[in-house]
Unconditional design. Structure first.
Length: 270
């Protein structure tokens, strides 16, 4: 058992295999990289495992990666050839996977294990920065089709005990994810949605925080920021797991790729 309750994170994970392309990015990822490198220090211990809820995996039912040695999934296109040979060789954690399934089923949701699923870039890109030695076990939890925020918040609440069992819960998405509107046209909608998101997570009391997230489509520029909410739903799981813990802004910039506002948050911790 852990001697402390680990914080939980929602991170804006950037695009594709960016850690292997930094020499081509002109510093675009410097702030994000620095924020990810801070996570081990903020936690203060080496977690037993990292449970990633990635915006790049959804299933009919909540599904848990259970392989001891997860393979790689290169779920992107148009990148340099070498990025299709990346290996992030962190072990999986079948025992943690069983625990995750147990908690989800205990909350009344069907859940299953997937022994063949590999790491997608929502996992291996940020984890290669957080734990570059790939020496901490990593597993993923899928989103559930239908994108019901209530269900994802409920799953987060069910998974909250993991924080006291040495498991780091990491929601990996993007606070703005409209690939057709990247660049200068994203400046106004991404800033408007990010302002609402910061009000919701940093200023609202926990019951109000939940209410606002359940009604996220009413937020300013909500659908302009998230035409499809796959990269927002990992936040719902993390907020559910956070309970009444306060949020801290751990990464923010307003000129990402020509004007996009993006943020990451830590719940709990110091």
């Amino acid at each position: 058992m852990a001697t402390q309750i680990l914080p939980a994170y929602f991170i804006s994970h950037g695009g594709g295999p960016w850690p292997w392309m930094k020499d081509q990015m002109n510093g675009a990822y410097d702030r994000l990289e620095a924020s990810l490198q801070e996570i081990p220090r903020q936690i203060g211990i080496t977690p037993k495992a990292v449970l990633v809820i990635s915006g790049h995996w959804e299933e009919r039912d909540f599904t848990v990666m259970s392989s001891q040695n997860p393979p790689m999934i290169y779920d992107y296109s148009g990148f340099p050839e070498h990025t299709y040979r990346i290996e992030y060789a962190a072990p999986g954690s079948p025992r943690t996977a069983e625990r995750v399934r147990e908690l989800i089923e205990g909350a009344g949701f069907p859940a299953r294990l997937d022994s063949k699923r590999g790491f997608d870039h929502g996992t291996f890109s940020p984890l290669a920065v957080i734990y570059p030695q790939a020496d901490v076990p990593v597993l993923q939890l899928s989103l559930r089709r239908g994108y019901d925020p209530k269900d994802h918040l409920a799953i987060g609440r069910a998974l909250a005990p993991l924080r006291n069992e040495g498991v780091l819960i990491l929601g990996s998405g993007l606070s703005y994810h409209n690939l057709r509107e990247f660049g200068p046209r994203a400046k106004t909608p991404s800033a408007a949605f990010d302002h609402w998101l910061q009000e919701t997570l940093l200023a609202a009391r926990p019951p109000e925080r939940i209410k606002r997230l359940l009604e996220w489509e009413d937020a300013p520029s909500a659908r302009a920021a998230h035409p499809q909410e796959d990269h927002l739903l990992p936040l719902m799981v993390v907020v559910g797991a956070a309970g009444d813990d306060r949020a801290t802004l751990v990464y923010h910039e307003d000129s990402f790729f020509g004007g996009i506002t993006v943020s990451s948050f830590m719940f709990g911790g110091v």
